[in-house]
Write a protein that binds this ligand. Structure first.
Ligand SMILES: Cc1cc2nc3c(=O)[nH]c(=O)nc-3n(C[C@H](O)[C@H](O)[C@H](O)COP(=O)(O)OP(=O)(O)OC[C@H]3O[C@@H](n4cnc5c(N)ncnc54)[C@H](O)[C@@H]3O)c2cc1C
Length: 348
């Protein structure tokens, strides 16, 4: 374990904000994690946080506590004998590397989640999702350490996955560190191409009746291509992907808003216990209607191509991004009566 003081975090947050943390503990071996937690606790009287790839955090200023950076890897798999493979990865493995490893082996389950930045350890926290799939769909279990107890393993049921949500964003927020995650993948083809962009992309091959079934690796590559064409690359312009969640509305709320705004998009939320009583709308659409798309305020702004993505042009401040987010929330609340919930985790 390495310990740094007054550490520059600009390489550790995809907004690229030039903030510092009072302490930075780099944990490259899983066995060192309990000692890292103890040390961070002693150094800061309990003011510490865990960090993976920094692609879902907004540092609103210098962090006065200790950052524990989870940098340990480990990737292994076991055949279960039922056309399924159990893959296990350490918290510090890059998510995209995990997806690539599984699809290059021809396994099915994670292909639609290609190119999501960040680490494996953070994936269950907001139950990452894209192109009609969430990591919870093929999640098997995870191991971790509660801050007030011994290491333990949690099943899918305990994790309570929802839309960009889990027990780790609720009851166990800041109170549990994920060390390993397991996914149960399939060896038999199971393409999920319902999402419009993917459907269009593969329609030609299917439409011509060539009988060509895309492999999981081809789907992952197609997802990566589509993502590259749609989302600003954090290596070029600082951002953390979608800043807000898409709001879930009751059926009544959705109907009355649709009467007022006939163009408002509505779609069914993807939840396991969907009762049909809720609808999801597009946060990007709401923000765009309020005139924020492409808005620039000094060194920060809203992407010109994607209204849901807040961007940092360089040499800006996290607090300015947070203020911009608050102003966007206020105007959406005034215009539509909807309170947007941030998907990004602010570190205030
Ligand atoms: C360009 C771009 C596109 C994106 N697209 C998507 C998308 O399509 N779908 C999607 O769901 N998300 C997306 N995201 C958001 C982000 O990639 C995911 O939320 C990702 O899982 C964050 O991983 P991370 O390692 O960077 O987490 P970090 O930003 O390091 O941490 C996020 C939160 O989790 C906590 N944390 C991190 N690791 C652990 C751990 N091991 N144990 C306990 N707590 C931990 C941190 O304290 C923090 O609160 C995108 C982000 C970017 C920049």
């Amino acid at each position: 374990m390495k310990i740094y003081k007054n550490h520059d975090l600009s390489r550790y947050n995809t907004f690229g904000l030039g903030v510092k943390s009072a302490y930075f503990l780099e944990v490259e071996q899983e066995d060192d994690l309990p000692r890292a937690i103890e040390t961070a606790d002693e150094l800061t009287q309990g003011n510490f946080m865990f960090l993976g790839g920094g692609s879902n955090v907004l540092f609103c200023g210098d962090y006065k506590g200790a950052v524990i950076h989870l940098a340990f890897g480990g990737l292994e798999f076991h055949e279960t004998g039922r056309n399924q493979i159990l893959v296990e990865a350490g918290a510090g493995v890059s998510w995209h590397d995990l997806v690539t490893y599984t699809t290059q082996n021809g396994w099915w389950g994670l292909e639609n989640l290609a190119m999501i930045p960040g680490s494996v350890g953070a994936a269950p926290i907001q139950n990452i999702g894209a192109y009609g799939v969430e990591q919870g769909d093929c999640f098997e279990s995870l191991s971790g350490i509660p801050l007030n107890g011994p290491p333990c393993t949690y099943s899918k049921k305990i994790c309570d996955f929802g839309y960009r949500n889990s027990i780790f964003k609720q009851e166990l927020k800041n109170n549990f560190v994920i060390t390993r995650v397991r996914y149960l993948l399939e060896t038999q083809p199971n393409p999920r191409l319902d999402y419009q962009d993917l459907k269009l992309r593969f329609a030609e091959a299917f439409g011509k009746g060539t009988g060509h079934q895309p492999s999981s690796n081809e789907i992952a590559n197609a997802v990566a291509d589509i993502r590259r064409s749609k989302l600003p690359d954090p290596a070029l312009i600082g951002n953390a992907g979608s800043f807000f969640k898409n709001p879930i509305l009751t059926k009544e709320q959705a109907e009355s808003l649709k009467n007022l705004h006939p163009n408002m998009p509505l779609f069914a939320p993807k939840t396991e216990n969907d009762t049909g009583s809720e609808s999801k709308t597009s946060a990007a659409w709401l923000i765009e209607q309020c005139g924020w798309k492409g808005h620039r305020r000094g060194a920060v702004g809203v992407s010109e191509t994607h209204a849901l993505v807040l961007v940092h042009y360089g040499d800006g401040k996290g607090e300015d991004l947070w203020q911009l987010a608050q102003d966007i929330r206020s105007s959406v609340r005034m215009e539509f009566g909807i309170d947007l919930e941030p998907e990004v985790n602010p570190v205030l």
